[in-house]
Design a protein around this ligand. Structure first.
Ligand code: XLS
Ligand code: CA
Ligand code: CA
Length: 438
């Protein structure tokens, strides 16, 4: 078969001075940083839904890009061509992983038995391609939000029949994840939330979600899935309020229902910012709880209040992301570009420019994060900032060898404490700039 991308060369590293639009300026897979190659630090993944599916439709207008790839859409022929195109695309960029929803892989049939048959067929074909190319599956998931039956959620629905349908989709998506050797399985609670509390039993809905997740874990482990389950937090959109609001909320939920041993977080940059946090914040919350699993690598727009899923270009954000990832000792998952071209960027070339931008932005973030750590001034500042807990009464607090009474006595004898040491924020920000732009 002729390559759909025959006019696009294989993308290689040419350095920051290169003017070649089809080259990496910073992503040099073999370059070693802090003892590991960039390729190992940055297991990049292609999101099936955006790259092979999203064609620009928004609330006010139809597709601008042509993602038919020469086939009639919503047919198995189209589904197979998407596999060919997707693997060709990943090979041209040197991307080693992909992520999918069940309905990204095949058109959904009226009867789930037929949808599942189609999934069997397409996953056979994907497996062949994986064996030929060495490309791997990062994670799979079930789309339990697009079909109208999921208008009130899947695990949180008010319909027991819809709940069972969701269970059937999860079961099959887990089967395919295991068949493809996926490292993870994602729960993004797209419509697991509510529009109004006037009609919602919040406690019951959350318990039901937990029941569904528990059954998924039991089933997954029974068929040999040894990877991580992930919750991907998002505060809103499509629902007014979603239960997995942010990492802290999702981790609390997992602990409450005894799911924390099997689950980690899949943190998406744009979802963290929608929750009113920085990307770094949700990564830190996950990391300090031992639950930093995987990342959906994209970027939101600070002027817009919705999920724009842009290719990341802010080196500030990717630097602080990679700082968290390096400090956490890496990810068990990878960096999935859950990102799409802007609607007016509708050409085949734009598909590549999006990934080149994203991969270079993360590579640059990695380089700069390593420089921050090697420079050491930020880490040293933080360590010194808490030095009053290293000895004396501070040390007793940390080791648990004191009481409220002793602290109160100490305070009474001390008089008014001096102000805490300065946060020196502007100084630290200037260090960051000097490392970023040297
Ligand atoms: C939507 C989510 C979704 C998940 C997978 O906002 O990002 O695409 O990553 O269901
Ligand atoms: Ca996502
Ligand atoms: Ca998103």
């Amino acid at each position: 078969m002729a390559s759909y991308f025959e006019n696009i060369p294989r993308i290689t590293y040419k350095g920051a001075d290169s003017k070649d639009p089809f080259s990496f300026k910073y992503y040099n897979p073999d370059r070693v940083i802090m003892g590991k190659s960039m390729r190992e630090h940055l297991p990049f993944a292609m999101a099936w839904w955006h790259n092979l599916g999203a064609a620009g439709t928004d609330m006010f207008g139809r597709d601008t890009a042509d993602k038919s790839f020469g086939e009639v859409k919503n047919t198995m022929a189209h589904a197979k061509t998407k596999v060919d195109v997707g693997f060709d695309f990943m090979q041209k960029l040197g991307i080693e992983y992909f992520c999918w929803h069940d309905v990204d892989l095949v058109p959904e049939a009226d009867d789930i038995k037929e949808t599942n048959r189609r999934l069997d067929e397409i996953s056979d074909y994907i497996l062949e391609k994986m064996n030929q190319t060495g490309i791997k599956c990062l994670w799979g998931t079930a789309n339990m939000f697009s079909n109208p039956r999921f208008m009130n959620g899947a695990g949180s629905t008010n319909s027991a029949d819809v709940y069972c349908f969701a269970a059937a989709q999860i079961k099959k998506a887990l089967d395919i994840t295991v068949k493809l050797g996926g490292k993870g399985y994602v729960f993004w609670g797209g419509r697991e939330g509510y529009e109004t509390l006037l009609n919602t039993d919040m406690k019951f809905e959350q318990e039901n979600i937990a029941r569904l997740m528990k059954m998924a874990v039991e089933y997954g482990r029974s068929i040999g899935f040894t990877g991580d389950f992930y919750i991907e937090p998002k505060p809103k959109e499509p629902m007014k309020h979603q239960y997995d609001f942010d990492a802290a909320t999702a981790i609390g939920f997992l602990r409450q229902y005894g799911l924390d041993k099997d689950f980690k977080m899949n943190i998406e940059a744009n979802h963290a910012t929608l929750a009113g946090h920085t990307f770094q914040h949700d990564l830190r919350v996950s990391a300090i709880n031992g639950m930093l699993g995987s990342i959906d690598a994209n970027q939101g727009d600070y002027l817009l209040g919705w999920d724009t899923d842009e290719f990341p270009y802010s080196v500030y954000e990717t630097t602080m992301c990679m700082y968290e990832v390096l400090k956490a000792g890496g990810l068990t998952g990878g960096f999935n570009f859950d990102a799409k071209n802007r609607r007016p960027s509708y050409t085949v070339e734009d598909m590549f420019h999006g990934f080149i931008l994203g991969m270079d932005t993360f590579a640059l973030g990695l380089i700069k994060a390593a420089e921050i750590i090697e420079d050491g001034r930020l880490d040293e500042f933080i360590a010194n900032r808490y030095a009053s807990f290293n000895d004396g009464i501070g040390k007793k607090i940390v080791s648990g060898e004191t009481s409220l009474k002793e602290l109160a006595d100490y305070a009474e004898n001390m008089g008014a404490p001096a102000l805490p040491s300065s946060g020196h924020q502007e100084y630290l920000q200037s260090i960051l700039n000097s490392i970023l732009f040297k």
